[in-house]
Design a protein around this ligand. Structure first.
Ligand code: ATP
Length: 355
């Protein structure tokens, strides 16, 4: 009996997205060939180049193929100075995130090597948390508007949307994750002292959901205090759940404890259906096309993708490969090496082949 083949949609996107995804693809192929993982890669030519060529952003046919046939999407990064309105990026990212209702943005904030830890007196083991960022609500829904634009009386409003359903499902996902992975504590991070309506809901739902997980400790921090404590003592955090906007911001701060944006991976998932996996960083136009992009965030992202497909041992292997790359300085300049994007990818592939 042959194993179910998992189809993976590959969308490189823009800038360094294309460079790091090329390495991610090599790693997926190595997992397929050396470890017998039943993977089939479907490559989609979508991004700024395609948009500028023929106006295509995110065709319905691609959406349907992903929905009906694929187990996961590997996405690079979107954003190109030639498309200042980001029309293509919006269609592709929102098409995936909102279209497939991928409400869990899971962002591990783990420092994988002592040499990457920027805090005095701390080691890598002091930073090992996972942030659950709500991914479909908050200010990202784009509700609001401008009134009397360009006049001295102008008004600009962005609504912060929080639904009971949306808040509860991300909080539950964080608790479920903590339980499944043997984590001990879940923190909710909000600003309920200022956002008295929306974040009162977050706190109330958090306390209610927590009663279903009596074995887990719980904690609450205002987002400003959380930022302060993340730098002062990251070891106190384990699993953290927060809203869309704060999740975006605090995980960039978190990335600085991991060695930078080139080390930060993420998954956009829901318990059933296709998941979308992308490094946290953007398209970085300043270094695009120069072989300087660190592909290790994408390697770690591929690891999360493999766990999603039921191969958590592949993620564990890839995390070890990344540690080895940093340890032997087979890495890009941002994390202390002098190798190119491709050389780092080749090294990881070699390690995967050796198992
Ligand atoms: P976005 O708005 O799309 O999230 P951003 O403005 O936050 O993007 P990024 O493109 O994520 O910016 O990156 C910010 C800077 O960090 C880049 O200009 C680049 O110098 C550096 N950087 C980001 N990702 C990487 C990487 N993978 N390797 C090396 N440097 C990186």
């Amino acid at each position: 009996m042959s194993a179910t083949v998992h189809k993976i949609a590959v969308i490189p996107g823009d800038g360094i997205g294309t460079e790091v995804v090329a390495e991610g693809v090599k790693v997926l192929e190595a997992l397929r060939d050396a470890r017998g993982r039943p993977l089939e890669l479907l490559h989609f030519d979508l991004g700024a180049d395609r948009y500028l060529r023929d106006g295509t952003t995110f065709p319905a046919a691609v959406r349907d193929t992903i929905r009906d046939e694929c187990s996961a999407v590997l996405l690079g990064a979107m954003g190109d100075p030639r498309v200042p309105g980001m029309e293509h990026a919006r269609d592709i990212i929102f098409g995936l995130r909102f279209g497939f209702d991928l409400y869990c943005n899971i962002r591990p904030v783990a420092c994988l090597h002592d040499s990457l830890m920027p805090l005095k007196g701390r080691t890598a083991k002091d930073c090992d948390m996972v942030v659950f960022r709500e991914n479909t609500e908050g200010v990202y829904v784009g509700m609001g508007g401008q009134f009397k634009r360009g006049t001295p009386d102008e008004v600009a409003i962005n609504e912060d949307l929080n639904t009971r359903k949306g808040v509860e499902r991300i909080i539950r996902a964080a608790f479920d994750y903590a339980r499944r992975h043997g984590r001990r504590k879940v923190h909710v991070v909000d600003k309920s002292n200022a956002m008295r309506h929306a974040h009162e809901l977050w706190g109330r739902v958090f306390r209610e959901v927590a009663t279903d997980y009596p074995e887990l400790e719980t904690g609450h921090q205002y987002v400003d205090a959380f930022c302060f404590n993340l730098i002062r003592d990251p070891a106190q955090f384990d699993v953290v759940v927060t809203c869309n906007l704060f999740g975006d911001i605090v995980t960039d701060l978190g990335a600085s404890l991991q060695g930078g944006l080139g080390m930060a991976a993420s998954a956009n998932v829901r318990p059933d259906g296709v998941g979308m996996f992308e490094p946290v960083h953007g398209s970085a136009p300043d270094i695009a096309g120069q072989g300087k992009a660190n592909p290790l965030a994408t390697v770690l992202t591929v690891g999360m993708l493999m766990t999603h497909l039921g191969h958590a041992d592949d993620e564990a292997l890839l995390i070890e490969c990344v540690r080895t790359a940093i340890d032997r300085r087979v890495c890009t300049a941002d994390v202390g090496g002098d190798r190119s994007t491709r050389e780092v990818g080749d090294f990881i592939v070699e390690l995967v082949r050796r198992g």
